[in-house]
Write a protein that binds this ligand. Structure first.
Ligand code: HGY
Ligand code: MN
Ligand code: MN
Length: 408
């Protein structure tokens, strides 16, 4: 095993301790833990000889200049934010591994014919504002006014949160690069699924990333006394939401390749002896084919409308994220596949059901992704685990890919 891989394991463990919560790993957009994580990863980037900066959206950027001023740049990275009660690999692996791959290339005295930027995106999961990819959108000049208007549970907008974080009025950062001076974007990420484990492979190459729509469905009934209001007179928003949750599950079970998830429920006013007057539920719908996803969403909202009418509830739907499926760049992916075969002997191509910053970066440049096997495909869970031997394979593939990369 490479010494760099042993260092990677230590860094992942150390970064996994930087959290906004005592007993579990939670690091959300612009939080105090995010500042501490950026500072720590920034020091590691500097130890690898990278020039480090933080942009106006809180992304951490480490740059290694190329041999000539006009050299093109290869972007490498992933996200440093996490879900609640997260594992320590989802995101940070794709930021820390490239730093150590660059150190390994320096150790082998391999000079790259291009510049490199290692990116630690500030917000990929979409936990705080229910809208994912705000970091990579900001970095790539794709942040929109609508994105800045999203509000968190406390009613704070993205714009206000950014101004507080920066201590200055919001100024949209220009896109960090023009497409013409980029070689592409490469992301290493745990698979978060069972395929590599079933195939007994350490790594595989991503061909496409499923599209996803996220939104908030608000059901409004009437709060009332739990003891004196007859059942027939109630307009119980939570009972209605419960029917919607089960309808989402039933539809996804019925449509091959469709997944639908209600991950959060906000119940108001939220007292044991008060009939819930209002519920806001999050909805996350995904499919590898955009037509199937949009059709399923239409059906689900129609079902929710029938439930709301029957229960005399008001209904409001707000989309907070809508990304079509994205194909990885064939030429870049072929080169990555060659690096996988050189290290692992065999390559496997697979589609990602999870979203990644590569979805957004595909709007700026060619993208390629390397997946790393994770135990039982478990992710978004503290027991998320990638074996050191698999991390070693991923690091060797990345070193091989970077050293062989030819401008396509
Ligand atoms: O939700 C996802 O697909 C990713 O983990 N952000
Ligand atoms: Mn991720
Ligand atoms: Mn994730």
């Amino acid at each position: 095993m490479l010494a760099a891989t042993r260092q990677l394991v230590r860094w992942l463990d150390e970064l996994g301790q930087i959290s906004d919560e005592e007993a579990r790993l939670t690091r959300t957009f612009l939080s105090p833990a995010m500042r501490r994580a950026n500072a720590q990863v920034g020091r590691w980037m500097q130890s690898a000889g990278l020039a480090v900066r933080e942009d106006g959206v809180g992304n951490l950027i480490g740059r290694l200049e190329g041999p000539t001023p006009g050299a093109k740049t290869l972007l490498l990275g992933s996200h440093l934010d996490t879900v609640r009660d997260a594992g320590r690999f989802d995101g940070p692996l794709g930021v820390l591994l490239p730093i150590l791959a660059l150190q390994e290339l320096q150790r082998r005295r391999i000079a790259l014919p291009y510049a490199v930027e290692v990116l630690g995106f500030a917000e990929e999961e979409g936990v705080r504002f229910a809208s994912a990819y705000l970091g990579s959108k900001g970095y790539s000049g794709q942040l929109r006014a609508a994105d800045l208007a999203f509000k968190d549970a406390a009613g704070v907008s993205v714009r206000a949160a950014l101004e507080t974080f920066a201590g200055a009025p919001w100024k949209a950062p220009a896109a960090a690069h023009r497409q013409s001076n980029l070689l592409g974007y490469f992301e290493v990420h745990i698979e978060q699924g069972p395929v590599l484990e079933a195939e007994e492979l350490a790594v595989g190459v991503v061909t496409a990333i499923a599209g996803q729509t996220r939104g908030r469905l608000t059901l409004r009934g009437r709060a009332g006394h739990a003891g004196t209001t007859p059942m027939a007179l109630r307009r119980d928003a939570l009972a209605g939401a419960a029917e919607v949750v089960l309808a989402a599950e039933a539809l996804a079970r019925a449509v091959p390749g469709l997944v639908a998830t209600v991950g959060t429920l906000q119940v108001k006013p939220g007292a044991p002896n008060v009939i819930p007057g209002e519920v806001v539920l999050s909805l996350d719908v995904r499919h590898a084919r955009d037509g199937a996803r949009t059709k399923a969403l239409r059906e689900l909202l129609a079902t929710a409308g029938r439930i709301a009418r029957r229960r005399r509830l008001g209904q409001e739907w707000q989309i907070t994220q809508d990304n079509g499926a994205v194909a990885c760049a064939p030429a870049l992916t072929r080169q990555l596949g060659a690096a996988v075969r050189a290290v692992q002997g065999r390559n496997l191509e697979l589609v990602s059901g999870a979203g990644h910053d590569a979805v957004v970066m595909a709007g700026l440049t060619d993208v390629a992704m390397l997946f790393v096997r994770c135990k039982e495909g478990l992710s978004h869970h503290p027991d998320e685990q990638a074996a050191p031997a698999d991390l070693d394979a991923a690091l060797r593939v990345t070193v091989e890919f970077l050293s062989q990369l030819r401008h396509v």
